[in-house]
Ligand binder design. Structure first.
Ligand code: KDG
Ligand code: MG
Length: 378
């Protein structure tokens, strides 16, 4: 079997833009993959145009050799955008491999190590403490057993001390409402600098969180070393990391407890498996980052079924009705625990005709400010 074409699809449903890749072969089998770096999709299209010719005539089973070639062919090591493209291609190649053997993808990754994959769900944008409690209770009544809150902005302004107080207040109220048995995570989304991250971590310790995610910007790992020395709260990071090399320090220095591997950013399934192995040597768990669509969700599901230290998966946008027209087939989505899927490959089909209903729209990314008008991570 040989690769004959790599076809990109850039489209913008209501809430965000997607870049999906279909790899085609001379045997009629095709595979799908999704580009992870949000708000970089147009750059991804360009990077894909440069990399795709490397794939023509390749054997889809040669995922390791193809990964090496795509990563090194342009001399300069691939950055986040390049790795987003390599991730999408890699996912599609694994999809083809599994489909050619008529097996679910997890079987090619070593088989299942669990009977289902525990999930956590977002509370979404909640404007007040009361709303956070009411949404949390709604989720618990629906059967969810792990909830994720965020660091609230106030009308697009992130004033760190205020955001920290607001976040702690919400966690305290939700913990009080749901009780000790329901797990809570908080995603600080890299919005804080070290002093505020230390305050947040320490003030959250009494609420027994599963983890505190992205407490700091990911460029300066020295701050993770300093934060780690000042709190016992479990830390999670990694959604912004492209390649195993970016994970090396946080794993080897035990700076995190959960690696938030994003299969659309890190370098696909091939690279994610390597990071999971690195993490296992430090008893670091994996909680794959899954914010995009049912296609990334399916890749995360198969990966989670087959990797021992993946103990929790972000539910993401994978409900059965989400972009049903674009993805008519996908693993059925549950509440709380995702069963092991049994369809061939990733188990996702793409309806190209439906994509035409969502023409690409260039949208400005979220713009958060500090009170003085300076720019904040969102
Ligand atoms: O894709 C960008 C955001 O949607 C994503 O980063 C959200 O941090 C996030 C998460 O953990 O899902
Ligand atoms: Mg996050």
């Amino acid at each position: 079997m040989r690769v004959t074409a790599v076809r990109p699809f850039l489209f913008s449903p209501a809430h965000r833009t997607y870049l999906v890749v279909r790899v085609e072969t001379d045997e009629g089998l095709t595979g799908l993959g999704t580009f992870g770096p949000s708000h970089h999709e147009e750059a991804g299209l360009g990077a894909l145009a440069q990399l795709a010719p490397q794939l023509r005539g390749a054997d889809p089973f040669d995922t390791e050799a193809i990964w090496q070639r795509l990563f090194r062919c342009n001399f300069y090591p691939a950055d986040l955008v390049g790795m987003g493209v390599i991730s999408a291609i890699d996912m599609a190649l694994w999809d083809i491999k599994a489909r050619s053997l008529n097996q679910p993808l997890w079987r090619l990754l070593g088989g299942k190590v669990r009977d289902h994959v525990p999930l956590y769900t977002w509370l979404g944008h909640v404007a007040t403490v009361d709303e956070a409690v009411s949404v949390a209770m709604e989720k618990v009544r629906a059967g969810w057993r792990c909830l994720r809150l965020g660091i609230p902005d106030r009308d697009g302004v992130i004033d760190p001390p205020v955001a920290v107080r607001d976040a702690v207040e919400r966690v305290a109220a939700v913990r009080d409402a749901v009780g000790p048995a329901v797990e809570i995570c908080l995603d600080a989304h890299t919005r804080l600098d070290l002093p505020d991250a230390v305050t947040l971590a320490r003030e959250l310790e009494p609420y027994n969180l599963r983890f505190l995610e992205d407490p700091l910007r990911s460029e300066n790992l020295e701050n993770y070393r300093r934060l780690r020395r000042q709190t016992a709260i479990p830390l999670a990071a990694g959604e912004q990391f492209a390649t195993k090399w970016r994970f090396r320090s946080v794993i080897e220095e035990d700076l995190i407890d959960y690696a938030r591997i994003d299969l659309g950013n890190v370098g696909g399934i091939t690279e994610a498996l390597k990071v999971a192995g690195m993490a296992q040597t430090h008893s670091i768990k994996i909680a794959p980052h899954n914010p995009l669509d049912p296609l990334l969700g399916a890749a995360c599901l198969h990966f989670s079924v087959a990797t021992e230290n993946t103990t929790l998966l972000e539910a993401g946008n994978c409900t059965d009705d989400f972009l049903r027209d674009v993805y008519p087939t996908r693993p059925a989505f549950p509440v709380a625990n995702w069963p092991v899927p049994d369809g061939p490959g990733l188990g996702v089909d793409l309806n190209e005709a439906a994509i035409g209903d969502y023409p690409f729209v260039r949208r400005a990314p979220h713009q958060f400010r500090r009170p003085d008008g300076s720019y904040s991570n969102w």
